[in-house]
Every structure is written in structure tokens, then in C-alpha cells.
Design a protein around this ligand. Structure first.
Ligand SMILES: C[S@@+](CC[C@H](N)C(=O)[O-])C[C@H]1O[C@@H](n2cnc3c(N)ncnc32)[C@H](O)[C@@H]1O
Length: 159
């Protein structure tokens, strides 16, 4: 790919660090039906704290963070959910060309530059690069869930 001035030399600066109960990848619930209800903290660095102004009014946030402990990327990989191979961009695998992660969390409260949240799936200490309010305008009936639908149906039928 030809680099242009808009994409060359992009450097992401962490704005904070995610705190979770998970120290190793095996600690994080995985697979079909896994629920992410663990509470954690988003500790925003003092120099970015002013950017949290007015965030309290939102119930949920997108957290964009870095898979800082991922192995090298693979474009096709077996997914633990159904044990089948899928393209990386059809999964949420940590092994991506750009190790960016996206998690929706519920905002429980704010103590200065620390946000208390529910729904973390990152390892403790993962770098956070951005936060945005979660605003979904897509009606649930319009959402298609790709290969996950088949995996869930199969698990339900027990076959
Ligand atoms: C399937 S990914 C989903 C993460 C995020 N919700 C997303 O969709 O981008 C979650 C898994 O990433 C792994 N993980 C969590 N934090 C990580 C980190 N800092 N570096 C590498 N892998 C990590 C854990 O194994 C966890 O089960």
C-alpha cells in the first residue's frame, strides 16, 4: 500500500490504563455465552483528565485500547467460539495487523480521572487510547451476527 500524508507515521498516545481483575489471557471468560460483567477502572492520565468533562451523563462508553500482549497477527485463525477458521476481520481476535481493541463498558461512576466501569475484558494494565460515548442507532432487528448466529444455534441444539 502506498502511504500518504494522512496515514504515514501514525503514533497512538495512550491516554490511560485499564484496570481489570484479569492478569492472564486464560482468566478472561471466553466462548459462546461468555458474559463480561467484571468491574474495572479506566485510569486516565492527568494530562488528559479535562477531556472527561461531561462524561458522567453517558451510561455506556466505547473504550479503544491496545492488545499489548498479543502474538503476531494471523489473517485466518481458529476461533475459540466454534473451533473454526475465520478471517481476522470477521472476529474479535487479539492477533490483528493493528492490535486495536474495542470494548463497550457501562459507566458506574467517576472519581476524578478514574472511571469505574462494568464489562471489562482487557488484561490488567492494557493501554487505553480513546474513549467515546456509546450511541447505537441500529435497531436490534437490523443487526446480523454472521458466523456467530450459526455457532450459537448449534450450541443451543446441542449438536
Ligand atoms: C476476544 S478479545 C475482545 C476484546 C475487545 N472486546 C474487542 O472486541 O476488540 C478479548 C481477549 O483478548 C485477550 N486480551 C485481553 N487483553 C489483552 C492484551 N492487553 N493483550 C493481548 N490480549 C489481550 C484476552 O484473551 C481476552 O479474552
Amino acid at each position: 500500500m502506498k502511504e500518504d500524508s494522512a496515514t504515514s507515521g501514525i503514533v497512538l498516545r495512550p491516554i490511560g490504563v485499564g484496570r481489570s481483575p484479569y492478569q492472564t489471557r486464560d482468566d478472561v471468560p471466553k466462548g459462546l455465552g461468555a458474559r463480561h460483567e467484571a468491574e474495572g477502572r479506566l485510569e486516565i492520565f492527568p494530562e488528559f483528565a479535562a477531556g472527561l468533562s461531561d462524561i458522567e451523563g453517558f451510561s455506556h462508553l466505547y473504550v479503544i485500547w491496545i492488545f499489548d500482549r498479543a502474538a503476531d497477527y494471523e489473517l485466518l485463525g481458529k476461533n475459540p467460539t466454534d473451533g473454526r477458521e475465520h478471517g481476522v476481520f470477521a472476529t474479535r481476535s487479539p492477533r490483528r495487523p493493528n492490535p486495536l481493541a474495542l470494548t463497550v463498558v457501562e459507566l458506574l461512576g467517576r472519581d476524578g480521572a478514574v472511571l469505574r466501569v462494568r464489562g471489562v475484558d482487557m488484561l490488567d494494565g492494557s493501554p487505553i487510547v480513546d474513549l467515546k460515548p456509546y450511541l447505537s442507532s441500529i435497531p436490534p432487528q437490523d443487526l446480523r451476527r454472521g458466523w456467530l448466529d450459526a455457532a450459537e444455534a448449534k450450541a443451543k441444539s446441542g449438536s
